[in-house]
Design a protein around this ligand. Structure first.
Ligand code: NOJ
Length: 453
């Protein structure tokens, strides 16, 4: 719970003039048109082919049809009062096999999106990698192959060359812990790989690619504003018992520290009691690249959704920890089962800031899924409005205490493909009828419009 000011009504003006307000989307979740105009296959096309990987057997083939409807969708962004738009570039639309020939149609598509943003007065933020790896590259090991640093560098260079004179805000990776853990350790996301032998190299190559991508944009794009994003959660120990504190520490290392520390030049976290880290260090030593993990990012993109309560559990390999579910503690949750806790958001922002070396924080994602019901064309999503109000209070509180926070992106513009959860969880400010593609602004969308006025 917010400790103070929680009922104080805030307005966008409280955040000052130099604060950017935006919405974020990602290519795979919104575009559809998966094999149109030369686009190559991605790991998500393959992963979704087997019905059991994704709830409801959902596919990405059409998604929200953003590929064809981007003009109308950008009008919605504008109508809701936002001035910044974050989207990702589909690697396989630009380089169908990941490395070789450039697909002109793909290049042109993002030019059209960027030009439309500029025409409407929306500042574009490009995310270079939001989880949709070209399948051809996965066939060669994907993130577990060290060559991915070279493959990614080429992709980044092609994008910088194409869009660098129009776009100044660049995000290198979206949540590297998310895609390496879910995709290469737990097998829950594409490409569905499991185990430490995949996870460890994937971590190292993603951390390397992240810094390398930053260096390329710095070299190629004049006056670029460069960031990368991290998912962050406050980790709460279940009790003061030594074992629970140690378990919480391990999860904190994994979920919060694994990628940001090397990016800030501190190397991978060191903790003698966590064997996993030794293996990672060993891998890093083999390649002797520690200094190349560092890049002087202009901003850190912080993505916050929920805190995690952790308890010692010796039966769980590697981490010896389990999550104590918020439902078992009768706490308020979203439709994803994620605890709603804005005070944790505040604490997370403060923690990242207190690292030192972070120049600027942008909240590059924050939002919630709820069971929205459409009644007579109205979606009265009061819970989502309350969620945003509380979480914006948290941002403002941290900002007032001196944290250099410069922007906030709501996740997300419209209901879209929520990865292995399919289309069921709805995170959007705009409701999408997946059969007709009809968009209906939810009350939370109208709330944003009034808030930003
Ligand atoms: C983080 C991811 O970047 C985004 O793609 C996803 O939809 C949201 N979290 C919600 O789970």
């Amino acid at each position: 719970m917010m400790t103070d000011n929680s009922n104080h009504i805030i307005t966008a003006k409280d955040f000052g003039k130099n604060f950017s307000w935006g919405v974020a989307i990602a290519a795979a979740q919104n575009e559809g048109a998966t094999n149109i105009n030369g686009k190559g296959k991605t790991i998500w096309d393959t992963f979704s082919r087997s019905g059991s990987n994704i709830k409801g057997g959902a596919k990405l083939t059409t998604a929200c049809d953003f590929y064809y409807r981007y003009k109308d969708d950008l009008l919605l962004v504008k109508a809701l009062g936002f001035s910044v738009f974050r989207f990702s570039i589909s690697w396989a639309r630009i380089l169908p096999d990941g490395t070789g020939k450039i697909n002109k149609e793909g290049i042109l598509f993002y030019h059209r999106v960027i030009d439309e943003c500029i025409k409407l007065g929306l500042t574009p933020y490009i995310t270079l990698y939001h989880w949709d790896l070209p399948q051809e590259l996965e066939n060669r090991g994907g993130w577990t192959n060290y060559l991915i640093i070279k493959w990614f560098s080429r992709f980044v260079s092609v994008c910088a060359e194409a869009y660098g004179n129009k776009v100044k805000h660049w995000i290198i990776l979206n949540e590297p812990f998310g895609f390496t853990s879910l995709g290469y350790m737990l097998g829950k996301h594409a490409p569905g790989k499991k185990g430490l032998s995949n996870f460890i190299p994937a971590i190292h190559h993603a951390a390397m690619a992240q810094a390398e991508g930053g260096r390329i944009i710095r070299r190629m794009v004049e006056a670029a504003h460069i960031g990368t994003t991290f998912s962050c959660s406050q980790i709460i120990p279940y009790s003061d018992r030594k074992e629970d504190l140690a378990a919480a520490n391990r999860i904190d290392i994994l979920m919060n520290r694994l990628f940001i520390e090397p990016a800030l030049g501190k190397g991978y976290p060191v903790d003698d009691s966590f064997k996993f880290l030794e293996k990672l260090q060993l891998h890093n030593k083999t390649w002797k690249y520690t200094e190349r993990l560092h890049f002087d990012f202009d901003f850190i993109g912080l993505q916050y959704y929920f805190p995690v309560m952790v308890k010692h559990n010796s039966y769980v390999p590697i981490v010896q920890a389990t999550q104590v579910k918020p439902t078992s503690r009768k706490l308020p949750v979203t439709a994803m089962g994620w605890e709603i806790n804005a005070d944790s958001f505040y604490r997370t922002i403060k923690k990242i800031w207190l690292y030192g070396g972070v120049k600027e924080i942008i909240i590059t994602e924050n939002g919630a899924a709820f069971k929205d019901e459409i009644k007579h064309g109205v979606i009265d999503d009061a819970e989502r409005i309350a969620y945003f109000k509380q979480h914006l209070q948290a941002v403002l509180k941290a900002k007032k205490e001196g944290v250099n926070i410069r922007g906030y992106f709501a996740w997300t513009l419209m209901d879209n493909f929520e990865w292995s959860e399919g289309y069921h969880p709805r995170f959007g400010l705009v409701h999408v009828d997946l059969k007709t593609q009809l968009r209906t602004i939810k009350n939370s969308g109208y709330w944003w419009r009034d808030f930003l006025q």
